[in-house]
Design a protein around this ligand. Structure first.
Ligand SMILES: Nc1ncnc2c1ncn2[C@@H]1O[C@H](COP(=O)(O)OP(=O)(O)O)[C@@H](O)[C@H]1O
Length: 286
C-alpha cells in the first residue's frame, strides 16, 4: 500500500477521536458494548483521508525501532508522533495518583490496563488538538485486540506499518538503548553484527552514539533489563501479535522488515511508503 506525500499535503484536520475515546470512559460505558461503538459511529470521525491529515499506526516488537522511524516520519509529514509508552513514562515520573501503580506494571514488563491507556491517549489528543495539531502517527497503540477494536470503532486508520527485525537483534537493541536525561534524545550503544547462515541474511547495525554534550547524561529505561525485555517480548507475542492479523484482515497492514540500521532502512522505508525525504535525495545526489 503506497501513500503519496502529495496526497496528504494541504489537508484539513478533523479530529474528534479524543472526544470519542474519552466520552467512552467518562460515561462509564463498557468499551466492548455495541452502545459504545454505536455512539462513536455517530461522531464525525470518518472523514475521507483526503479531507484530513494522516492517521497511521506503528506496530512491532519492543526494540524494533518504532520510535525512531515513527518520529522521523512525523517530522517529514508534519504530524505528531504519539508514543503511548512515553505517555506512560511521563505519568509514572509525575506525582500523580497512578504513578506507583504504573511503575510496578511497567517494570514487570506487563501491559497497563486498556482504560488507563485510553485515558492517557485521549488527554494527549485533546491537548494536541488545542495546539492545532493534525493527524497522528501512533506508536505502541493499539497493543491489544480490544484497543484495536476501540480505535477502529472511533476512527479510520489509513495505514499500519508492521516493523520487523531479526529476533536476535531485538534483545540487544533494548539493552543498548540509552536516553539523554536532559534533551530526551534516543541513542543506542549496541553494535549488532549477525552472521548470515542457512540462507538467512546477515545484518549489521552500527551503534547510534550520542553527541558529546549528551554523552555524560545517558540513562537507561528501568524496563530495559534482560529479564523484563524477555517478558515484554513474550507479552508482545501473546497480546499484540494478534493485532497484526486484525489489520492484515482489513487490508491496512504494510509489512516492513528492517534490512539493517538507519542508513539502510530509512530510504527503503520511504520507498515502501512512496514518500520522499529531501535530505535523503540531497545526500544521494552529493
Ligand atoms: N497501548 C498500550 N497498552 C498497554 N500498555 C502500554 C501501551 N503502550 C505502552 N504501554 C506500557 O508502557 C510500557 C512501555 O511501552 P513502550 O515504550 O511502547 O515499549 P516497547 O519498547 O516495549 O515497545 C509497556 O511495556 C507497557 O507497560
Amino acid at each position: 500500500m503506497a501513500v503519496s506525500l502529495r496526497a496528504i499535503r494541504n489537508i484539513r484536520f478533523s479530529s474528534f477521536l479524543y472526544r470519542a475515546l474519552s466520552s467512552s470512559l467518562s460515561s462509564g460505558a463498557d468499551l466492548k458494548s455495541s452502545a459504545f461503538f454505536g455512539h462513536n459511529k455517530s461522531l464525525p470521525l470518518r472523514a475521507e483521508p483526503k479531507d484530513r491529515n494522516v492517521q497511521w499506526v506503528f506496530l512491532g516488537c519492543p526494540g524494533v525501532g518504532k520510535g525512531t522511524y515513527a518520529s522521523r516520519l512525523s517530522n517529514l509529514l508534519g504530524v505528531p508522533h504519539i508514543a503511548t509508552g512515553d505517555l506512560v513514562r511521563e505519568e509514572l515520573n509525575s506525582s500523580g495518583p497512578l504513578a506507583s501503580q504504573l511503575e510496578e506494571v511497567v517494570n514487570q514488563g506487563q501491559l497497563v490496563s486498556d482504560e488507563i491507556i485510553i485515558n492517557l491517549l485521549s488527554k494527549r489528543l485533546e491537548a494536541g488538538e488545542a495546539k492545532g495539531e493534525s493527524g497522528f502517527i501512533l506508536d505502541g497503540f493499539p497493543r491489544t485486540i480490544r484497543q484495536a477494536e476501540i480505535l477502529e470503532g472511533v476512527t479510520d486508520i489509513d495505514l499500519v506499518v508492521n516493523l520487523k527485525l531479526q529476533e536476535e537483534a531485538l534483545l540487544a537493541k533494548c539493552l543498548g538503548r540509552r536516553i539523554c536525561s536532559e534533551c530526551g534524545g534516543n541513542y543506542n550503544v549496541a553494535s549488532i553484527d549477525i552472521k548470515g547462515e542457512n540462507g538467512k541474511p546477515g545484518m549489521y547495525m552500527a551503534p547510534l552514539l550520542p553527541p558529546p554534550h549528551c554523552a555524560s547524561k545517558l540513562i537507561q529505561r528501568s524496563d530495559d533489563t534482560e529479564e523484563v525485555v524477555k517478558e515484554r517480548l513474550r507479552v508482545y507475542n501473546e497480546m499484540s501479535r494478534p493485532v497484526e492479523e486484525f489489520y492484515r484482515q482489513r487490508g491496512k497492514l504494510l509489512e516492513f522488515t528492517l534490512p539493517g540500521g538507519i542508513p539502510e532502512s530509512w530510504p527503503k522505508l520511504l520507498q515502501a511508503l512512496n514518500l520522499e525525504d529531501p535530505e535523503v535525495k540531497q545526500s544521494a545526489a552529493a
